[in-house]
Write a protein that binds this ligand. Structure first.
Ligand code: SF4
Ligand code: SF4
Ligand code: SF4
Length: 172
C-alpha cells in the first residue's frame, strides 16, 4: 500500500527546521535547507505561526503535465517521480504547482518531494505524518484526520496545575 506525506498538526510546528535538514541530508548529503523538498515558512514574523509547504501528492499532477520533457512521471499513491537526467531546469513545473512545493537546486534540477517520509521521523511534535493511500491516491478510511489540538493550558490554570508546585518553586 503506497503512502504519502500529510501535514497532520500544523499548529504544533515550532519552526525548528529539523524536517528540512533531514530531507536535505538524506537526498543531497548536505544540511543546507536550500536542498530540502519540504519548506517551513513563517506566516509573517517569528511571533506568528509556521506554514509547512509540502507536495500535496496530486492524483493528476499539474507539474507533470507542465513538463515538456517528460521528466516527471506519476507516482503510485499521488505526486510524481523526477528523472534528474532528463530535467533541464526550465521551471515549468514550478509555475504549475499550485502550492509552491517545487524549486530548483544549484544544478538547475527540480527539487520535488518523493514522499519518502524521512522528515516525519525527525519532527519532534508530530506535525508531519505518513498516511496510507490506495494506488490512485485515495486516503484509506482508517486515517482519522488531525489529532485534536488541545491548545495552550488555560490562562486561568494555576502555577501548581501547570508545574506541579507552587510559584515559590517548593514542592507542596
Ligand atoms: S509538486 Fe505540486 S503539482 Fe506536483 S504533485 Fe506535488 S503538489 Fe501537485
Ligand atoms: S524543471 Fe525539469 S521537471 Fe520541471 S518542467 Fe522543467 S524539465 Fe520538467
Ligand atoms: S520538524 Fe516539525 S516542528 Fe520542526 S520545522 Fe519541521 S514540521 Fe515544524
Amino acid at each position: 500500500m503506497p503512502k504519502r506525506l500529510k501535514v497532520a498538526n500544523p499548529a504544533r510546528c515550532i519552526g525548528c527546521y529539523s524536517c528540512m535538514m533531514a530531507c536535505a541530508r538524506t537526498w543531497y548529503d548536505t544540511i543546507s535547507v536550500k536542498n530540502s523538498r519540504i519548506d517551513i515558512q513563517t506566516k509573517g514574523g517569528i511571533e506568528t505561526a509556521y506554514a509547512q509547504i509540502v507536495c500535496h501528492a496530486c492524483v493528476d499532477p499539474p507539474c507533470m503535465r507542465a513538463c515538456p520533457l517528460g521528466a516527471l512521471t506519476k507516482r503510485k499513491g499521488g505526486g510524481v517521480n523526477l528523472n534528474r537526467e532528463i530535467c533541464d531546469g526550465c521551471g515549468n513545473c514550478m509555475e504549475a504547482c499550485l502550492v509552491g512545493a517545487i524549486h530548483l537546486d544549484a544544478e538547475k534540477k527540480a527539487v520535488i518531494c518523493k514522499h519518502c517520509g524521512v522528515c516525519t521521523k525527525f519532527c519532534p511534535h508530530d506535525v508531519l505524518e505518513m498516511i496510507e493511500v490506495d494506488d490512485s491516491g485515495e486516503i484509506k478510511v482508517t486515517d482519522t484526520g488531525p489529532v485534536e489540538e488541545t491548545g495552550p493550558a488555560s490562562p486561568t490554570a494555576s502555577h501548581k496545575e501547570l508545574y506541579g508546585k507552587e510559584e515559590s518553586g517548593e514542592e507542596k
